[in-house]
Design a protein around this ligand. Sequence first.
Ligand code: HEC
Length: 144
Amino acid sequence: MKLSKQSLFLALILAGGVALAGGATDPDVKARQELMAANGAAMKTLGGMASAKIAFDAAAAEAAKQVLVANAAGTLEVFKNQASDPAAHANASIWTAWDDFAAKASDMGKAAQDLDTTTAEGIAAGLGAIGGTCKACHTAYKAS
Ligand code: HEC
């Protein structure tokens, strides 16, 4: 099969996936939206297993957990510059209430760390706590 330039471009976009999250062009904004999109993907994997929509896979569950643990720590790095972009949804108060923002990222890391990924039931039991930490930060610092 001969790929046209257009379909090749499309294939690259699909392969890039999270790289296009949010549609921002500013590199700092892109980086933080990519990190958040990866959080969303990890939660989707875990939520799918918790609700038996996708088959339980201990290795994949643990990998998703580790993405969340790493991203909670990485959140401060990708948000440290107060960059803006028309496609950004970050409240400016992040940078005036940095300690609270950091504490909310840390809460997410702790909840993710506590997740038992050895069974689907374990995931189901701990997922709500993680989701609560996402929501707490979004309510305070994410513009809709
Ligand atoms: C410490 C704060 C904080 C935590 C914790 C947090 N988020 Fe976010 N999230 C944000 C902010 C701020 C934005 C908006 C970023 C922007 O557009 O500039 C955002 C954006 C997003 C987006 C949209 C990304 C895009 O493509 O534009 C998704 C999806 C998301 N978060 C998922 C999650 C999930 C899932 C969790 C929990 C596992 C989580 N977030 C935890 C602050 C947080």
